[in-house]
Structures are given as structure tokens and as C-alpha cells.
Design a protein around this ligand. Structure first.
Ligand code: HEC
Length: 140
């Protein structure tokens, strides 16, 4: 009995480990098209995101948590869409989903800008489908 329980634990652990190694597949490689360096948002949008961050995220988070070396180590191979989708479904922690999709896109634009990525001429549109194609990549 003991032995078979151990075996089950082992199998579960192996399956989890296998899932873990598959996760990065979502993020395309740096050569697969535009990265956040392409100018994904407008200046006006990141200014709106800044104000939203202050009022809706700032009670629990400091901007330095979402910028700089440590943040980029975690995110440079993940997509902008993954970030958007995470905050849209999980944040604010005490009121998930309480911003509009547009507002989540604005906050995402602000976080992209915090990491030294340039503004462009088009807004970052809400909707994870296209954003999933765009890795953060490295700031120019
Ligand atoms: C009431 C407090 C609170 C508010 C407000 C809040 N968060 Fe969070 N946030 C948390 C907590 C707690 C965690 C850790 C959750 C966990 O690990 O399960 C977290 C985790 C995160 C993470 C993951 C960090 C990482 O390194 O993986 C991100 C990104 C994030 N929050 C963004 C936001 C954004 C953007 C907003 C505003 C729209 C926001 N949060 C508002 C409490 C909050």
C-alpha cells in the first residue's frame, strides 16, 4: 500500500514536471516577430496606465516590482499577453476583474513602458490573442 502511494506521488510529480517544461512554448522566440521593443503603446496610454496603477495597484505594489532586472529575468521570455491575462484575471488581488479590459491594457502598457520600451503610434489593444504573440524581449 505504502509503496503504491509513493508510486502515485512519483507519477504526479513527473507529470507536473513535464507540464512545467512545456509552458515556455507559448512564448515565441525573439526572431518570431515584433517584441515589446516595437513601440506597442502610445504615450497617452501609458500615462492613463500610470494613474490606474497608482489608484488600483499602488496600495499593495510598488512600481519597482514590475521593472528592472529582476522583473525582466522573469518576463523577457514570456509574452505581453500573458502579463495582461494574468492581471486581468487575478488582480487587484482583493477585486480581480474589477477593471475594464481597456484599463488592464492601459496598465500593461504602463508596465511595458516602465521597462524602458518605447512608445509608438498605436495603442496596445485589449485582447490576449495578438498580445500572446509578443514576447517582452529585451528593452532596446
Ligand atoms: C490588495 C492588494 C493587491 C492589489 C490592490 C493588487 N495586487 Fe497584485 N498581487 C497581490 C498579491 C498578494 C500578489 C501575490 C499573489 C500570489 O502569489 O498568489 C500579487 C501578485 C501580482 C503579480 C505577480 C507578480 C509576479 O512577480 O509574478 C502581478 C504582475 C500583480 N500582482 C499586478 C497587479 C496589478 C497590475 C494590480 C492593479 C491592477 C495589482 N496587482 C493590484 C496583491 C495585490
Amino acid at each position: 500500500m505504502r509503496r503504491s502511494r509513493l508510486l502515485i506521488l512519483y507519477v504526479v510529480a513527473v507529470v507536473f514536471a513535464a507540464c512545467g517544461t512545456q509552458a515556455p512554448q507559448i512564448a515565441p522566440g525573439p526572431s518570431n516577430g515584433p517584441t515589446a521593443a516595437a513601440g506597442l503603446f502610445t504615450e497617452a496610454q501609458s500615462t492613463r496606465g500610470d494613474a490606474l496603477f497608482a489608484s488600483r495597484c499602488g496600495s499593495c505594489h510598488a512600481t519597482r516590482e514590475f521593472s528592472g532586472r529582476i522583473f525582466m529575468i522573469g518576463w523577457e521570455t514570456r509574452s505581453v499577453g500573458e502579463f495582461y491575462e494574468f492581471i486581468r484575471t487575478a488582480m487587484p488581488y482583493d477585486q480581480p476583474g474589477s477593471l475594464s479590459d481597456q484599463e488592464y491594457a492601459d496598465v500593461t502598457a504602463y508596465v511595458v513602458s516602465l521597462n524602458g520600451f518605447p512608445a509608438g503610434s498605436q495603442e496596445l489593444a485589449p485582447g490576449a490573442d495578438t498580445l500572446n504573440e509578443i514576447p517582452f524581449g529585451s528593452a532596446p
